[in-house]
Design a protein. Structure first.
Length: 149
């Protein structure tokens, strides 16, 4: 009887929904991405992803599940990305990206799998440079809204 009750409880449980991210693009379009994979200054899969940041002289990592929204400030050439990070408890932090100066996001949408890069290196012309490229024209993401997982 105990085994039957346990089996019934397991069958009736709904699987935990994966994380979803609303990506606000610079052109005004919004895309809902399910089960996102991140690389760059945000790294990891879905609810296990972490934001690598810097605030003054403090370097740290923050789980993405603690964040509700990330807004990107206008890009300044050769500088880390400036972000306004809103935590789930309502607190707002001004942070900079750490280590990497890009963000890639891959996940499922209603139209299939999508890959979004910020900045988008595809639109930048390929040529030999002696200085870092100006990525201001290549930016694609304005904000990320993260739903609870």
């Amino acid at each position: 009887m105990l085994n039957f009750s346990l089996l019934l409880v397991l069958m009736l449980q709904t699987p935990a929904a994966g994380q979803e991210v609303v990506v606000g693009l610079l052109n005004g379009q919004q895309i809902l991405v399910q089960d996102p994979d991140f690389s760059g200054f945000i790294e990891g899969h879905s609810g296990d992803a972490t934001l690598r940041y810097r605030q003054a002289h403090v370097h740290g990592e923050m789980p993405l599940k603690d964040i509700s929204r990330i807004e990107f400030a206008p890009y300044k050439k050769g500088q880390p990305f400036l972000m306004t990070v809103t935590l789930r408890n309502g607190q707002t932090l001004q942070l900079e990206s750490e280590r990497h100066n890009y963000l890639s996001l891959r996940g499922k949408t209603e139209l299939g799998t999508i890959l979004i890069k910020h900045p988008d290196p595809v639109s930048a012309p390929v040529k030999v440079r002696t200085h870092p490229p100006n990525r201001k024209k290549d930016l694609t993401i304005q904000y990320l809204e993260i739903t609870a997982s």
